[in-house]
Design a protein around this ligand. Structure first.
Ligand SMILES: Cc1cc2nc3c(=O)[nH]c(=O)nc-3n(C[C@H](O)[C@H](O)[C@H](O)COP(=O)(O)OP(=O)(O)OC[C@H]3O[C@@H](n4cnc5c(N)ncnc54)[C@H](O)[C@@H]3O)c2cc1C
Length: 383
């Protein structure tokens, strides 16, 4: 009988991990407080701690430093890019997968901190090397810049998703292939093992065995002591279409970006990145600043627009699940968590901050590897 894995979380990370585990031959149940649904019906305040609906969501290549810092995340992003390509090309015309491929454009202003290392040190040869493999990468010249404040620019091939269309697609695929789901709110990871013993859904008929748990709860269960904090993001969803996803980093550390969502989902114009801010309400002044800055950075977004202006659908406030030590992708034994006193195994996969979509399939592969290694070690120790 296939080993039973319970994934906590139905955001982009939990869904990707659940599908990857299923593909690896495991029997998988997702337990979560929130599930994907039509974003149009989501109340911003009610769902504010569910990060996935509020993302852009695009892939921005963040090149690793020559020291190697950031290389693991870059590899995760490459894995995700390949998977997005495969999902989009395997789909039939009627598959609502929510993925659109397009050009990504980056502008960095004079004085922006990232010029000193991340971008300033990036050459075309390095970007196109086998290690970085950034598809379609090309440096832009001053003639391509929107104004004289831009010091550096590039373009590359990338993908954007309509977040809830994409996540609902993953959820449908998971259930279609035999996965089970249960809407439950948990207080601790260890609760899953107890729930499985009592619960007909999680326990596959009650008294069920859970061989491993995946903690893809976004923020984990450790709270501030684990170094987890929200990075608030305010964006504006507009009905205007755009032919590229454009990102600009300003000298004062602020950002201007747009992410076409496709699938009649409009375009996200953003956005703020405010660590430790719990403010759930959007500011109209910020909306005006974001839209004005986007129009100046990429005037094509307003080409053909009614009245030459943006058509606002809604303001968005979300919380990126950020962790001081970076994303947590590691296994842990929970002593005595299993009924009868045995240890329970949890594979953590949370704290992806502003990169949950970008890194999702790389993290999912890491989850499968961690679970498989644990189960193999357990089997050989009991053989
Ligand atoms: C404004 C904004 C823009 C962004 N843009 C991008 C972008 O362009 N690209 C990108 O890659 N990322 C982007 N992000 C970040 C991205 O949204 C997150 O990294 C990603 O959604 C995290 O996914 P997750 O599955 O880890 O967490 P979540 O989406 O928060 O999902 C967590 C899951 O765990 C469940 N859960 C949590 N606690 C419990 C509990 N106690 N009991 C039961 N279930 C529980 C929840 O119900 C939910 O199902 C953006 C975020 C914001 C806010």
């Amino acid at each position: 009988m296939a080993k039973h894995i319970v994934v906590i979380g139905a955001g982009v990370v939990g869904l990707s991990a659940a599908v990857a585990l299923q593909e690896a031959g495991y029997d998988v149940t997702i337990v979560a407080r929130d599930f994907p649904g039509p974003a149009e019906t989501f109340d911003g305040l009610q769902h504010i701690n569910f990060s996935s609906p509020w993302a852009g969501a695009h892939n921005r290549w963040v090149p690793p430093l020559p020291s190697g810092e950031g290389l693991r995340e870059h590899r995760f992003a490459l894995t995700t890019f390949a998977r997005m390509r495969a999902l989009a090309s395997a789909a039939t015309e009627s598959t609502a997968h929510g993925i659109t491929f397009m050009k990504g454009i980056e502008y960095v202003d004079t004085g922006a901190a990232v010029l000193a290392d991340v971008y300033g040190l990036l050459t075309e040869a390095r970007a196109q090397s086998a290690e970085l493999a950034m598809p379609g990468f090309r440096l832009l010249g001053a003639d391509d810049f929107p104004d004289a404040r831009v010091a550096w620019g590039c373009e590359y091939d990338t993908w954007c998703v309509n977040p809830m269309v994409y996540c609902a697609f993953l959820l449908r695929r998971f259930v279609f292939r035999g996965g089970r789901v249960a809407r439950r709110e948990l207080r601790a990871v260890a609760e899953v093992f107890a729930l499985a013993a009592a619960d007909a859904v999680v326990g596959r008929g009650g008294g069920g065995v859970v061989d491993a748990v995946v903690n893809a709860s976004g923020v984990g269960f450790g709270g501030p002591e684990d170094g987890v904090f929200p990075t608030r993001g305010q964006t504006c969803l507009v009905a205007n279409a755009c032919d590229a996803t454009v990102t600009r980093q300003h000298a004062d550390g602020s950002w201007t970006f747009c992410v076409p969502r496709g699938f009649e989902g409009g375009t996200i114009v953003g956005g703020t990145k405010e660590p430790d801010s719990w403010d759930p309400l959007p500011s109209l002044a910020v909306r005006e600043r974001l839209l004005g800055s986007m129009a100046a950075t990429y005037p094509r977004i307003l080409e053909g627009a009614a009245g030459g202006d943006f058509t606002v659908i809604r303001d968005v406030v979300g919380r990126r699940p950020t962790r001081k030590a970076g994303l947590r992708l590691e296994g842990e034994l929970l002593p005595g968590a299993v009924a009868g006193g045995g240890d329970g195994f949890v594979m953590h996969a949370y704290g992806l901050g502003g990169r949950g979509y970008e890194l999702s399939w790389g993290v999912a592969e890491g989850v499968v590897t961690g679970v498989r290694e644990y189960l193999e070690a357990r089997a050989s120790s009991t053989a």
